[in-house]
Design a protein around this ligand. Sequence first.
Ligand code: BGC
Length: 359
Amino acid sequence: MNNYVCSSKAQIKPEAFHRTIDGSQVDLYTLTNLNGLEANITNYGGLVVSLMVPDKNGKLGDVVLGYDNLNDYFGSTPYFGALIGRYGNRIAKGRFTINGVEYQLALNDGVNSLHGGLRGFDKVVWQAEQVDSPDGPALKLSYTSKEGEEDYPGTLRCTVIYTLTTKNELKIEYTAETDKPTFINLTHHSYFNLKDGGASDILGHELMIKASRFTPVDKDLIPTGELRPVAGTRFDFNKPTAIGVRLASEDEQMLFAKGYDHNWVLDRQGEDLELVASVYEPVSGRCMEVLTTEPGMQFYCGNFLDGTNKGKGGTVYQHRTGLCLETQHFPDSPNHPNFPTTELKPGEMYTQTTVYRFL
Ligand code: BGC
């Protein structure tokens, strides 16, 4: 039953996403759950273009940053709403070794490889199939990344299912198989702003992360390998804390990343889906919980947004108007044997599930 008032419906026109790229059809798919929540997702890059969720008065509003037409995603986008692969976050100098063979990836972030390279999974066309699951409407996306694509070894067959569940969750289920040993770290890169979808900053959002440690980085944002305790530092989000409160700082980690842009080592047991984080925005009353099967989460507070991206409805995304909670294995794991492994071997099934739940 739809209890919500849809006074600010996402003004996204499917025609603005209808296009053929390299012989494959791109479209915009709308998932609407029983409560009237709506997600618009395109099979180009598996991008979540809009996500309409209720505020404390039951009024639906868009809580993710993005563009209202496909063309703008071809230009300069900081991975708004994107599926990230083959490897989420950075690989130092774009280099790793498997079975004694060294691989060199393209460097697309200074001296490093970031988010899958020059043409990561956010820039390819996925095969799309709209399916009805008992949990709610779903979009099944499939993509085969051929051996050598972005210089990675092995052909990787990936499936991602987005479901907008009756419990008001955007559930993302990833699976992948390879025919040769390779590295994989898939994630999702929505920029959330629970207040107004990016019209103002996210500094008043209260964040909780269940993590006793994080992975500090060097000046190129590559983990040093240390798992550093957060207790007594500005990285301790075990108690909900407004993001802006501890941002200004001479802390070396904050200077390197220009704010929060780090991987938290989640305090989770086993491999089941578990609540790992929450965000509450006091003005709208919106609250989002994050559940995942992953060992880490990148919390990035939009430090590199600088007013150059003009998004949906003409909104210009200024500094720190969106925040990302990217559930993942740790950045640069291929070069850190002490981190949980990201190697996938033939015969194994890669799985990861993450849920963004709106309360
Ligand atoms: C990274 C940031 C990067 C952003 C957009 C995040 O996942 O941690 O350093 O600027 O993605 O590219």
